[in-house]
Ligand binder design. Structure first.
Ligand code: FEO
Length: 392
């Protein structure tokens, strides 16, 4: 629990130990926070709830400030269980509270939890008052669930942005300017890549609408990670760049290898890119988590995918990753496909077809039978040079 400004407190939870978020794709090496905010007022307001398993700790945080029975309004910006798992418990502990959420949240809450809570449906522009403070709702459907919304408190100049502008980072701090900046921005970017990348056109539209509202914002308080209080609007510009799928001349090489031949090819392609001065990184998919690769790829113009052939197909981790990437909907990217095979190929064709179906332009392929010889290594190097020249 910490005061963030007069009468506004962070009462959420730091889940130091969770390592898998959204199933297996997003590995959270240092855990996650479920932020919640309490505003002391004539009618106290709670914004967002936390995940299940933290009910008593959450209640204890609130109780350090006020008796939970005094809470008169609970604003539910989003239904996903990380923000609503403790809802049933909180509803019992805050018997005098009214609950607020979008129509989609109300519909989802009924299906998810079958709770007997009367959720007051709110829309963009609706406001409630706690007494000295007003809370305006701004729907943000599909950022990143249909029910999502933000809440703006004009008197405190705080935008409670829910998932938007979050980071999966933990610390015994609450402000973005209190922690290591490189780690902060890496985690903000990784969060965007994994949670929001596929929604770029919706995000662009919503950010434009948000800018047109001309809200005075001193702080953006998301539901995960640190609160932005130093140049908070800078994050809106950064999100706009990511939402527009703007890329840099960077290459990410991802491969999966059985006996090392595909790995030799990957390294030779990397050498070709390096010879041309291109920023390129190499990852073995079997030892890299998908979420980390999404982070690396978010602003990379080109991808290179390679796999050994196994039973006439690409190897399974590679197939899983390209399938995952397809869901992220990367736009305006080019790629190479490569791989080794024994008696007959298949992986390179597989990769190429899957990339094309993901909207990624495949500009070249290289394959090698058994272990690549000097000539095939040279072909890989040349493919790297060719890709580099497309970027320069
Ligand atoms: Fe943090 Fe979409 O839940």
């Amino acid at each position: 629990m910490r005061k963030i400004t007069e009468n506004v407190y962070a009462v959420g939870i730091v889940d130091w130990n969770v390592r898998k978020f959204h199933g297996n794709t997003y590995i959270t090496k240092k855990g996650v926070t479920y932020n919640s905010y309490l505003i002391k007022d004539k009618e106290p307001v709670l914004i967002d709830v936390v995940d299940k398993g933290f009910e008593e700790e959450f209640l204890s945080n609130i109780s350090e400030i006020i008796d939970p029975k005094e809470i008169k309004h609970v604003i539910l910006n989003h239904l996903e269980p990380d923000h609503s798992g403790a809802l049933e418990y909180i509803a019992k502990m805050c018997p005098n509270a009214k609950f607020y959420g979008t129509a989609k949240l109300k519909e989802g809450a009924g299906k998810y939890y079958k709770l007997n809570i009367d959720i007051n449906v709110v829309k963009t522009g609706h406001t409630i008052s706690g007494g000295d403070n007003t809370f305006k709702f701004i729907e943000i459907p599909m950022i990143h669930w249909p029910d999502s919304m933000m809440t703006y408190c004009a008197e405190k100049k705080i935008l409670f942005s829910n998932d938007a502008f979050g980071q999966h980072i933990t610390a015994n701090k609450i402000f973005a300017d209190e922690i290591d900046q490189a780690e902060l921005f890496k985690e903000a970017k990784k969060y965007y890549a994994n949670i929001l990348w596929s929604l770029g056109s919706i995000i662009q539209r919503k950010l434009t609408e948000l800018a047109a509202m001309n809200l005075a914002v001193d702080m953006i308080a998301p539901s995960h990670g640190m609160i932005w209080r130093k140049e908070p609007l800078k994050m809106i510009d950064i999100y706009m760049k990511w939402a527009q799928n703007k890329t840099e001349n960077k290459v990410v090489i991802v491969y999966e290898t059985m006996w090392g031949s595909t790995e030799l090819m990957a390294k030779s392609i990397l050498n070709g890119l390096t010879a041309k001065g291109i920023d390129a990184k190499l990852f073995d998919i079997s030892s890299t988590d998908f979420g980390e690769l999404a982070y690396e790829m978010l602003d990379a113009k080109a991808f290179v995918f390679g796999s050994s052939t196994h039973d006439n197909e690409m190897l399974p981790y590679m197939a899983g990753f390209i399938y995952f990437l397809k869901g992220l909907k990367p736009l305006n990217r080019i790629a190479l496909a490569f791989g080794s095979y024994g008696w007959s190929g298949g992986a390179v064709k597989d990769i190429s077809e899957m990339l094309k179906s993901s909207g990624i332009e495949v500009i070249g392929t290289v394959d090698s039978k058994f272990k690549p010889d000097a000539g095939e290594i040279k072909k890989c190097f040349d493919a790297g040079v060719m890709l580099a020249e497309k970027l320069i």
